[in-house]
Design a protein around this ligand. Structure first.
Ligand SMILES: C[S@@+](CC[C@H](N)C(=O)[O-])C[C@H]1O[C@@H](n2cnc3c(N)ncnc32)[C@H](O)[C@@H]1O
Length: 267
């Protein structure tokens, strides 16, 4: 029997990354052949996932646009992945160039790529950190320079909390950010929902390709707890195409889209 051997740095560098898999599905250019192969394997087992990711990106555009309309000019995007293909700074700064954005991701390769993407943007920066350590994130030089916490900040968690297990108390993680920002700030959450097709897809992936991405899918009812102490913005926590839709291509059966979104305002 072969004993497990620790991965070398080279092998680690070659592991696929879920952020770069997203980049494949969003038709970006920040991914390798290995990421593409992993993206194809996931899509083989759960063919609707790339569609869900694209719908989430549409939602991000609408949510950031809404926040700018409400007067928010500062964004903290947690678990951001690669900030391209219509990411927060692109949307917000197009509406108002004075908008400031701090991106956070704990994957060092994602952070290295992300930092390059925003290197020439005086209003955006990338911090490599774990979202479970809010003090570290707010204490980072980039956050201190770009975020004025006496003014409203929009904290975004777009498909990030699914990487925290229930034992890690994601509601408490969210609360730490709510406590750290001033009244009038917002928290936006997008989360893959518990559903049979995704569960089957993950099972099929483990039978065909080995360990699947480790995620915790959550029902809408669980997401309600993440907004404790916040006023939910209309229409509440809904499948992403139903969150303030605009004049986009209409989505068939929007209520069946298995990703929920909500936005809460700190009173
Ligand atoms: C699904 S991906 C990117 C989602 C991205 N927000 C979007 O809208 O496309 C989730 C990201 O969360 C990051 N992530 C997962 N757990 C994290 C943690 N504990 N702290 C910081 N980032 C984390 C991953 O590295 C990954 O880049």
């Amino acid at each position: 029997m072969a004993l497990p051997v620790p991965a070398t740095d080279q092998q680690k560098a070659e592991q696929p990354s879920i952020a770069r898999v997203h980049d494949c599905w969003l038709e970006g250019s920040h991914h390798s052949d290995l990421d593409r192969q992993y993206a194809d394997q996931i899509a083989l087992c759960a063919p609707h996932v790339p569609y869900l990711v694209r719908e989430s990106r549409q939602l991000l555009r609408r949510m950031v646009g809404f926040l700018v309309e409400q007067g928010v000019r500062q964004f903290l995007d947690l678990g951001t992945g690669i900030p391209t293909r219509g990411h927060v700074h692109e949307i917000a700064q197009e509406l108002d160039p004075s908008c400031r954005v701090v991106y956070v991701d704990n994957d060092p390769r994602v952070a290295a790529d992300g930092a390059k993407v925003v290197a020439d943007n005086g209003g955006a920066a990338f911090v490599q950190a774990d979202i479970r350590r809010p003090d570290e994130i707010f204490g980072a030089k980039e956050s201190r320079e770009l975020l004025d916490r006496s003014r409203p900040v929009a904290v975004l968690l777009v498909e990030t909390l699914l990487f925290l297990r229930d034992e890690e108390d994601p509601a408490a993680v969210v609360k730490a950010y709510v406590d750290a920002v001033c009244p009038g700030s917002y928290v936006g959450i997008v989360h893959f929902s518990q559903n049979e097709e995704l569960d089957q897809g993950l099972n099929l992936f483990s039978r065909m390709f080995g360990a699947p991405p480790i995620v915790t899918l959550r029902d809408r009812d669980v997401l309600v707890d993440f907004f404790a102490g916040l006023d939910l913005v209309e229409p509440g926590i809904v499948p992403v195409p139903l969150w303030r839709p605009e004049d986009e291509d209409p989505v068939l059966n929007p209520e069946a889209v298995q990703v929920h979104a909500g936005l809460g305002r700190k009173p």
